[in-house]
Design a protein. Structure first.
Length: 361
């Protein structure tokens, strides 16, 4: 059964998030945007093998012309060199301001394609077709786009809203186990920052989620999308509570960078969530037992809860290049309890070391 969420900006509807178990309704959903226009499907070498031809066939039925741009899979290719190659493809294909890009893939594809759309000819439209769990619950929603610059994650980017987000939940069945658990890192974060009831749902349905029961996973994705939608609508440009979505990201992004992006984003976020939970416990915001329970819950979804080969000093130093710095101060997200996040600007290096000590192998 179709599930649909409308995202608003300034109380006006901007785009829909549509959840379907296949790509069969993609043409029907996209036609009002693509009719009479050129479409370029942007994807990576992994997703190309699985879904490019099927999606191209769908969009060819409702567009004037469909081309594709495929780049090598991996975070290391989410950079300005790849964007430059995409610009060249669009120029040679004579794309104008009325033509459309389609991001087919995970967060790397969505971020890069969205940034290209935001900047090509000062901005053209794009559609998100996320195929990973993480992109379906996080990166495809909210209009954040960007690329990495000299290993600084998402340092160059823009806010650019899609026309449509079409999530094929059936794509979860082809995801490698580690990619599925990476998505669960962001999903658990949503429960921790916003909804104790959702967190309880994840606990109750853990076995069905891990077996990728599409009915339960569809309900899970829908609820995560509602949580992210509500936060984004309240704070579209990250001036206030949208920062809650960065729970686990300050330390997680630092770990991700220091691993040269070999570690998956959702796993790094989960490690950051564990460390931030222990910092919250050190401040007396939650109990040490609660922090332990959060760690064990994250581990129960086959997410790594330790990292090796790094020091606290390295991670703390890397946080100083975080793009979320304000006047030299990091906005650190902590927990007052499951489902209740808060912003602090006075987390010390000593507290970070304490939190990190619980995730170092």
């Amino acid at each position: 059964m179709e599930k649909r969420i409308t995202v608003h900006l300034n109380n006006q509807p901007v785009y829909d998030i549509v959840l379907e178990p296949s790509f069969q309704r993609l043409a029907e959903e996209a036609e009002c945007f693509t009719a009479g226009r050129k479409v370029c499907i942007v994807t990576d070498s992994n997703v190309e093998k699985l879904y490019l031809e099927e999606v191209k066939a769908q969009l060819s039925s409702c567009s004037r012309q469909v081309t594709s741009f495929v780049f090598p899979a991996g975070e290391e290719y989410k950079n300005l060199d790849t964007v430059r190659s995409l610009y060249e493809h669009l120029i040679l294909s004579k794309f104008d301001r009325k033509d459309i890009l389609v991001a087919l893939g995970g967060g790397v594809v969505g971020d890069l394609c969205g940034f290209a759309a935001a900047t090509y000819l000062r901005g053209i439209s794009f559609i998100q077709v996320p195929t990973t769990l993480l992109s379906q619950v996080d990166s495809s929603i909210g209009g954040k786009t960007g690329v990495d610059f000299d290993a600084y994650k998402n340092m160059v980017g823009a806010f650019h809203m899609p026309l449509l987000v079409y999530s094929n939940t059936g794509a979860l069945l082809t995801l490698p186990k580690e990619q599925f658990s990476s998505g669960m890192g962001e999903i658990i974060k949503h429960g921790l920052i916003r909804s104790a009831d959702y967190y309880s749902f994840l606990e109750a349905e853990r076995e069905k989620i891990l077996s990728r029961d599409l009915d339960i996973c569809g309900k899970m994705i829908l609820e995560s999308d509602y949580i992210k939608r509500d936060v984004v609508e309240e704070d579209p440009k990250e001036q206030g509570i949208r920062a809650f979505l960065n729970f686990g990201h300050t330390l997680g992004h630092a770990i991700e960078k220091l691993s040269d992006f070999r570690m998956l984003h959702g796993h790094c976020v989960a490690l950051g969530c564990i460390a931030a939970s222990y910092i919250s416990a050190k401040r007396g915001l939650i109990s040490h037992t609660e922090a332990e329970q959060i760690r064990n819950f994250i581990q129960s979804f086959h997410i790594p809860v330790t990292v090796s080969g790094l020091s606290a000093d390295q991670v703390i130093e890397a946080t100083k290049n975080d793009k979320k710095m304000e006047a030299g101060v990091i906005k650190f997200i902590l927990l007052n309890g499951v489902g209740e996040a808060c912003i602090y600007k006075n987390v010390t290096e000593e507290e970070m070391r304490e939190g990190l000590s619980h995730i170092f192998a």
